[in-house]
Design a protein. Sequence first.
Length: 476
Amino acid sequence: MPGNNVIVFMSDEHTRSVMGAYGNHQVHTPTLDRLANSGVRFDNAYTPSPICIPARASFATGLYTFQHRCWSSAEPYYGQQQSWMHRLRDKGHEVTSIGKLHYRSASDDLGFSEQILPMYLANEGKGWPQALMRKPMGTFPETAELAAEIGPGETSYTRYDRDISAAAVNWLSRPHGDKPWVLFVSFICPHFPLKAPQQFYDLYRDSELPAAFDSDPRQQLKHPVIDAMRKFWDYNDYFDEKAQLEGLRNYYGLCSFVDDNIARVVSALEASGQFDNTNMIYTSDHGDLIGNHGLWCKSFMYEDSAGIPMTLSGPGIIPGVNATPVSLIDLAATIESLAGETAMPAESDWSGRPLQSFIDNPDAGRAVISEYHDGGSPCGVYLLRKGPWKYQYFAEASPALLFNIENDPQECVNLAEDPQYLEVLNKLRGCLFDILDPEEVNRQAFADQALMIEKLGGKAEIEAMQSFNHTPLEPA
């Protein structure tokens, strides 16, 4: 069947709460809002893992983390499962990436026809292997850098994103084949360093931005796994009140900076005459906690970390808002369908499916999951979202958490210990176990990581490797 061209815009670490179309009236994201309001905005979109490498493996494969087993920041996708890029390229479509990939290396066949300005894993494809050492837990002193490097200003990341948008503009001016093409434009901002270019910082220089919520340590949820992770990811310990505000202003500025770069690409698409036959997707690999719950960055299952923006616009998409829980795993089938090909059939209700199918038949009761098996966590952490409920399961006998997101969007009231919610808790637990066995998956993750530690030469060798707070830009 005939299809359309597809542009997938992906940012890095953009929480959906800092985007105008999702109800934030202080952030300036006019282009993203235009795409959202002219298409469908998915209000309950989640990352399959609140860390870059597993999430981007899921984006490529349409599989959850427990299926592709790219568990951590040192276990990347390298083409070991077939990607939507492979399938479309093999059917004659031009499939081009521009920007951050966070896959293993240039020597791997990832499925793209062309890779422009790619960013692979640091340490020659090894990534951040310190993430593998979870028993016993290591330390991560680099967290101090986040509060110490607050802008405004330019960084290697903002310069990289400018290069990405310029390359995308140039690509759109080139002739392409008869079949619909797919262009993956992958920015690295608003990922820290928290330095926004001056013109975007100035948008918020005098703004009173929302104060972080659930910020009083005396009132915060106490949980053995979350407490251990909070101790490891202790970014917030280095922020005083002034730094907190400046960090937030720069984060907002970086979101506006990404919006401006996307505006340049959309303008080039319009100038190329291909706007009317091109669908556009906007999303992010995961979110950022931006100080809420006394936390920064990602890794946790709170909404600001695990929740992501996701919009679909362009020909054939009737504008609207959709409450179906969706995930990055749905984008493989979405992109293939938009390009005019038959997507891989879904094996179950929770498997990846085209977003278009949820536009026609919204399913607010669909279940999606997220997993975390990376640095700072003493065990596997699992999220299940279904209807108004958000359930968290922690492996190795740690207590579960239960939130009603509709009544408690800030996740401050844990209902798991309330007897009147026991039936809900058991049903959600059963739903999670219908998808995976979290204890067995936890064992598999640790077993795979033990093998990887051995492959890399052992803990002493890993500890001697370069560690970093954010991936350094290296030559391709």
